[in-house]
Design a protein around this ligand. Sequence first.
Ligand SMILES: [Zn+2]
Length: 357
Amino acid sequence: MARLVGLAMMALLVAAPARAQIDPRGALLERTGWDAITAGQGAAAAKAFREALAADPKNARLHLGAGLAATLERRDEDAKDEFERALVLDAKLTRARALLGEVLYRLGDLSEAIRTYETLTADSPEDRDAQATLERWRREADLHDRMQRAIGSHFTVSFEGPAEAELAAQALESLDRAYWRIGPLLGVYPSDPIPVVLYTSEQFRDITRSPSWAAGAYDGTIRVPMRGALDKGTELDRVLAHEFTHALIRTLASRNVPTWLNEGLATALETGDLDWAQQQIREAGAAAPLRALQSGFGRFTGDQAKVAYATSAIVVRRMLDEAGGVAVANLLRDLGEGADFNSAFLHRMQRSFEEFW
Ligand SMILES: [Zn+2]
């Protein structure tokens, strides 16, 4: 028996290099693809895996790589297709199943995401993170099942009980005001109703896992913790306008948008008044360097976040003042289509970014 195992091992050891000899180019492409994933370079990874798959279309690992590349580029539908393909070829590729669940969740298909994680946790009972994610999603599904909905022409607002019905009606009115204020400014009018969910603070932290300073979140659904917003109508307007702007930005560009531009536009269009932002930067001594504001702000402490939002808002306010909302919207469209930031900026703002800021 030991000998047989030994022989089987030998066969495996021999098989790997033999395969590489048959297709060294494929092995090299795959290596390039994984290196690009590690470096966060979605486009380069997508290209490498696409070429590798052309020669070896039934390789589950290559489909996993192609899916990860698509995830990095925020092409969630493509990522879903690739992870599903990987799992058809190799049902035990648990990494693909974990990523498929995440992408389904991002696409708003909570029930399918839950089903995927039920299979994942049955296959890998030792995976505590997957178990915790599954439980969180189940709590979200239970909560959403319990919720009622207020339907407007551009938004649907979900809320938990009759006590929140009045607030939901106020939220709908506030969202409609934001729609007719910000839509014309950017020249964007989403046709499909945007889902909005009102949470308690605890539900909000649990479901979005946002930092404690966050007043709202947008991930395809506008999610807002209502406590506190209740007593102050202006705060409700501010938070909903901010998250609605994120929804507009998503319709213009689902990817490639630097965080300072995304958050800056949402913050600049909250109320229009940016005196607080100037004040914030004066107090901090300096604006935040934009290169530190390219990706998510979730890692910042409350004070760092304030300067990050203030800086972003002031930069985007200047863009709006100089070139107008439609030019900023066109810049976002170009970025979403994969354009290089500096060239797109020069084209739409009529001067180089370096000269601008
Ligand atoms: Zn935001």
